[in-house]
Each structure stands twice: as structure tokens, then as C-alpha cells.
Design a protein around this ligand. Structure first.
Ligand code: AMP
Length: 396
């Protein structure tokens, strides 16, 4: 896909709108607990400011349901952004309206304004044409840098592009799509997908789309138990998505026909409940999980099988933890996979909030080639679904 790119666009002195993804995690007191999404956005923002553009930034934060919610104000993001770029970020708690129009008129080249949380207005999620027109007012170039929202047909992602002369990619969006499209369209021979977490429904499309292109598919986490059940194994009280049993059977059959390796856990760490500090039990290879126990992490044999496959890969796409990694007793499999991905010579792409948290917990962030800021968007793209946010940008 060849879309216009900010670096090849004249933005000098222009009023530009950058759609960022500042959807940062907050503590109960409203403090920003991880500012990665802001730091990842700096390249585009600093470039635009250096070009003396007049920069209007915008983002959503959380799920305020179309009305003002003080806890989800972008005020703290404005302050953190200001610290990071070393310059004042104008912020007046409005998204559109006369006060914003006036600020836009008064802005000089190199000035920056952050709008209030876009989702305070119901028009954002509804892709409302009137709200889109308001956002687009006087904007000369729209810059999309919010990969994490590019699977959403929202006003600041899609609607606005109908009312501005030019819609281009920012640096972050370009980097995200380049990595993912390399995996999607042009992977090396030894391409491995690692999927985990709970929701089979979110990830099944990735397997269906890439089976064959990926020669090895590693499945851990709760979703592995739906596959193991589909194979007729005893999974005890582990989480199983019964409506996906047939889909899993078909995938296992396709893999066999195409010579694709699907690696599933062969042993497990199980317990009666999902709780810290409870009695855990190792389930050996060949032993089923007893009816009253839940598989909660990979066993040691599984870890070494997964590790070997990861170290032999040339490219890896990973989304989803291998167990209930939030609890230390069940985090070993996910930590071992994070370490193996980091050690592997492969180009590694990881996405999804839990996966990124696990990578940070394992302290290997610096050894992953690309950490995607958009878990859901990256899964959709890898499933072969075209993203509305990318589709609506101007062709180069
Ligand atoms: P997802 O949002 O689908 O990627 O799922 C992430 C969640 O899956 C994390 O909160 C994990 O604790 C959870 N998880 C991973 N493995 C298991 C498992 N074996 N049983 C229950 N939950 C799990």
C-alpha cells in the first residue's frame, strides 16, 4: 500500500491535525503509569514542529461514552507531552467550538495544541459528519499516527479525511505498517506465529490467513485448551471456547495437509483456582488435566519445545500471553517465551497490551525488533482485514 507520507509533504506553516494514540494506562489517581504511547508519538510531533507547522494534536483516552469525564481528561497527557518536547502545549479542555477556532487562528508556526479527549463527543465513535467537519475546520493536512485506532471507523480517523485536502501517514503509522506488511506479504521461509491469551475469536483470523505462510504456529495460553480439546485431550476445567472447537479441528487438519507445524502445550502447570499462592500441580506429558483443575501455564517440556522453535525462526509475530502471567506462579511460560523471542536472531514483532506488559516484565523490550502500539489493529491487519484508517489516507 502506498499512501502519502508526512516527510514527502509540504507542511511548513500549515495548520495540520495529527491523530495520535495517547490512550495511555492510568492509575486510580489518574496518573499516567506508562507513557510509551506518548514517547512513540514524538518523532512525528517534533518533525512537524521543526517544520514550523501549526500543530493540532488529538486522541481518545479510555471509554468515556460520549460525555465529559474529568478522570479521562487529556490534561495530564498535555503536561507530559509538554515535558517531553520541552515546549508549551496549549490545552483548553475543548475539542471543537469557538475557543478552539480562535486558538487555531492565533497559532504561529511551531505552536502546538492538544484537543480534549475526542470521545467526550458522541460524534467521534459515530463517525458523525458534523463532528468530522468541525475537526477538519481550517486543517490543511491531516496526519494519521494512531495505528492503535486505525481499525476504527471513527470521526477523527475516517470522517475527517473527507473534509481535508490531504491525509498522510506519520512516522509511527508508517513504521507499524511496514513491519506488519513485511510479515503479511513477504515473510521469510521460517516465519513463526505465537498466539496466546484467552480469546480464540480475536486470533483465529490470523491463523486462517497466515497458515502456510507461517510454517510454525505456536499456541499457548487459554486458547491452547480449545485446540487440545478439539484434539480429544482431557483439559479438565481449563477455559475452552466450545463454539470454536470445529474451527480448531479444521485448522489442525489444514495444518496437517500443508505441512505446517502447530505446536501446542504437551505439559502444564495447573491449579484449582486462578489465584496467587495456591497449590499448583505439574501435569506431565501424556497425562490429561484432572476434571477439577485448570491449565494456567506451560510446563517445562513445552517451554523447551517452544523455545527451540523460536530460536530457529527468521521472523516472529507474537500476540497473547502463554499463561496467567499476572500471577507469578503462572508467569514462567510467558517469561521464557519473551526471553526466547528476544534471544532469537529473528525479526520479532510483538503486539497486544498483555504481551507488551510481559515483555517489559521480562526486561527484554530492547531486544524485540518492533513492539506494536496497536494490539487489536495488528491482529486485524494480520487477519487480512483492511483497516479503514489506512484505506482513507491519500494515495501517493
Ligand atoms: P487476551 O486479551 O485474549 O490476549 O487474553 C489475555 C489474558 O489471558 C491475560 O489476562 C491472561 O491472564 C489470560 N490467560 C492466559 N492464559 C490463560 C489460561 N491458561 N487460563 C486463563 N487465563 C489465561
Amino acid at each position: 500500500m502506498y499512501k502519502k507520507f508526512i516527510e514527502h509533504t509540504d507542511i511548513r506553516d500549515k495548520l495540520i491535525f495529527i491523530r495520535n494514540d495517547f490512550n495511555v494506562p492510568l492509575s486510580n489517581d489518574g496518573d499516567i503509569t506508562d507513557d510509551t504511547k506518548i514517547t512513540e508519538s514524538l518523532r512525528t510531533i517534533n518533525y512537524a514542529l521543526d517544520q514550523k507547522a501549526r500543530v493540532v494534536c488529538a486522541s481518545h483516552l479510555g471509554r468515556p461514552k460520549g460525555q465529559k469525564d474529568e478522570k479521562l481528561s487529556l490534561k495530564r497527557v498535555a503536561e507530559r507531552l509538554s515535558d517531553l518536547i520541552g515546549k508549551k502545549v496549549i490545552f483548553n479542555r475543548e475539542t471543537t467550538g469557538p475557543s478552539i477556532d480562535k486558538i487555531k487562528k492565533d497559532m504561529k508556526g511551531g505552536d502546538i495544541l492538544l484537543l480534549e479527549n475526542l470521545r467526550f463527543n458522541p460524534g467521534e465513535k459515530d463517525n458523525d459528519p458534523d463532528f468530522s467537519v468541525e475537526l477538519a475546520k481550517d486543517i490543511e493536512v491531516y496526519v494519521d499516527d494512531a495505528f492503535g485506532s486505525s481499525h476504527r471507523t471513527h470521526a477523527s480517523i475516517v470522517g475527517i479525511t473527507k473534509h481535508v485536502p490531504l491525509s498522510v501517514m506519520g512516522f509511527l503509522l508508517k513504521k507499524e505498517t511496514e513491519y506488519l506488511e513485511m510479515a503479511l506479504n513477504n515473510p521469510p521461509e521460517k516465519f513463526t506465529i505465537i498466539l496466546g491469551g484467552v480469546k480464540v475469536s480475536d486470533k483465529i483470523g490470523v491463523i486462517e490467513n497466515l497458515i502456510g505462510k507461517a510454517r510454525t504456529i505456536i499456541i499457548g495460553g487459554a486458547m491452547a485448551y480449545t485446540f487440545l480439546k478439539a484434539k480429544g485431550e482431557d483439559v479438565g476445567a481449563s477455559l475452552v471456547e466450545h463454539e470454536f472447537l470445529d474451527v480448531c479441528k479444521n485448522i489442525l487438519e489444514t495444518a496437517k495437509n500443508k505441512g505446517v507445524k502447530i505446536l501446542l502445550p504437551v505439559d502444564h502447570i495447573a491449579a484449582n483456582k486462578i489465584e496467587p499462592n495456591i497449590t499448583i500441580r505439574m501435569i506431565k506429558p501424556g497425562d490429561g488435566i484432572p476434571p477439577d483443575m485448570i491449565g494456567l501455564d506451560l510446563g517445562f517440556n513445552t517451554v523447551s519445545i517452544f523455545r527451540k522453535a523460536i530460536l530457529e525462526s527468521q521472523m516472529i509475530f507474537w500476540n497473547g500471553p502463554m499463561g496467567v502471567f499476572e500471577i507469578d506462579d503462572f508467569s514462567g511460560g510467558t517469561m521464557a517465551v519473551a526471553e526466547a523471542v528476544a534471544e532469537s536472531p529473528a525479526i520479532s514483532i510483538a503486539g497486544g497490551g498483555d504481551t507488551v506488559a510481559a515483555i517489559n516484565k521480562a526486561g527484554v523490550r530492547g531486544n524485540i525488533s518492533h513492539i506494536s502500539t496497536g494490539g487489536g489493529a495488528s491482529l486485524e491487519l494480520m487477519s487480512g482485514i483492511s483497516l479503514p484508517g489506512l484505506e482513507s489516507l491519500t494515495e501517493d
